[in-house]
Design a protein around this ligand. Structure first.
Ligand SMILES: [Zn+2]
Length: 386
């Protein structure tokens, strides 16, 4: 293992090159094909076998050095970004900072996975188990974890024994899953002239009533539970009663129970907005309707830190000089295996970054950024140890 760790350290600059070049291939939500193809090609060059793209778009490959079929470990990073098609994906340099869309999240993870493969290849690594190197699609918001859902629900259903994802930078360890429910909420009415048709229920006013109720919802600090109205739109002009207004709402919790309770209160607030506005205009026969569309559902899970995979990851970190002060809850590909009771963690790929999910995202290659991929390699070793 020492030789593998040394190879990873020596490859620090190579890792950064991979990170930048991957990042310059666009991978918008639902359009990860181009990046996936190139990633598959690189995996092939690094000695991975049985490379294929599944029907959802995940790139799957197998490390050939396995002395036993089990345990089956999936080692992965995600291909997709949050950025729509057509944006400039060139990575620019500003002093020590590399600026680019998704440069940390998750080009760092993708590069770390390749670096581990390269070190395995150099030293013909063998394990008491099978390691699949995977690049998933649809990890980000809109994708709603579609890649990893497919992996655990169909492609490799019932076969995976543990899941290690490298997502983003730094050395954080996510061992719990923040669940989230996301909705597109629309209030619809007849609409009309603001003066001439006055006296009918107004969808904007109904939504305003609901928003005020949502804003006042009390949530526990621990387990952390949150709500957010992130986007609002609708209406046609200042002097028209709108036909339709809508908002996007995101609620989250580390606890499945708290999330369900908050979901109920959210729905009650939405209904109260509708009812309140209808009651305001009892004489009006104009309709007012509420529509709630699900945009995404990510399951919450709270596995304890005493879980072997968590303990092994912390111990593996110590061996490469990564100190885990506290585990965290994340919203990553690991949500799916965690919610299925399959051991899973998400770690950072080393280095420093800021501005994930923004156009100002940057990455800085710290002196010890190689510890990210080293940590991943040590965890794989620990997970396959007899
Ligand atoms: Zn990510």
């Amino acid at each position: 293992m020492d030789a593998i760790l040394a190879a990873i350290k020596a490859d620090q600059a190579w890792t950064l090159e991979q990170q930048i070049s991957i990042c310059q291939i666009p991978a918008p939500p639902f359009k990860e094909t181009e990046r996936g193809k190139e990633y598959a090609r690189r995996l092939g060059e690094l000695g991975l076998v049985d490379i294929h793209t599944d029907s959802e778009g995940n790139v799957i490959s197998r490390w050939p050095g396995s002395k036993a079929p089990k345990p089956l470990i999936v080692f992965s990073a995600h291909l997709d970004t949050v950025f729509p098609e057509g944006m400039d994906v060139r990575v620019t340099k500003d002093g020590p900072k590399h600026k680019g869309l998704g440069i940390g999240d998750d080009c760092r993870g993708l590069a770390s996975v390749l670096t581990v493969a390269r070190a395995f290849q150099k030293h013909k690594a063998e394990f008491n188990g099978t390691i699949l190197f995977v690049a998933t699609v649809g990890e980000e918001g809109q994708g709603d974890l579609r890649g990893v859902r497919h992996l655990f629900g169909k492609e490799l259903k019932g076969q995976i024994d543990a899941f290690l994802s490298v997502d983003g930078t730094g050395t954080s360890l996510a061992s719990r899953a923040v669940g989230s429910n996301r909705y597109l909420v629309t209030y619809k009415g007849r609409g009309g002239h603001s003066y001439g048709a006055f006296g009918m229920p107004n969808p904007a006013h109904a939504m305003g009533r609901a928003m005020a109720r949502i804003a006042d919802i009390q949530v526990p600090v621990s387990p952390k539970t949150t709500f957010n109205i992130g986007r609002v739109e609708g209406g046609t002009s200042v002097n028209s009663i709108p036909i339709s207004v809508s908002m996007e709402v995101d609620i989250r919790s580390e606890s499945a129970k708290e999330l369900a309770a908050l979901d109920e209160r959210l729905r009650a607030a939405l209904q109260a907005g509708l009812d309140g506005e209808k009651q305001r205009w009892p004489a009006s026969k104009a309709p007012l309707d509420l529509e709630i569309k699900t945009m995404g559902l990510r399951p919450a899970a709270e596995p304890p830190d005493s879980l072997p995979i968590v303990q092994k990851a912390i111990a593996a970190g110590k061996k490469v000089g990564v100190t885990v002060f506290a585990t965290r809850a994340g919203s990553t590909d690991s949500n799916i295996p965690m919610s299925l009771g399959i051991p899973a963690i998400t770690i950072g790929g080393g280095g420093g970054a800021q501005g994930a999910h923004s156009i100002d995202e940057w990455y800085e290659d710290t002196a010890d950024s190689y510890k990210g991929p080293q940590w991943a390699a040590m965890i794989l070793q620990a997970l396959t140890e007899k």
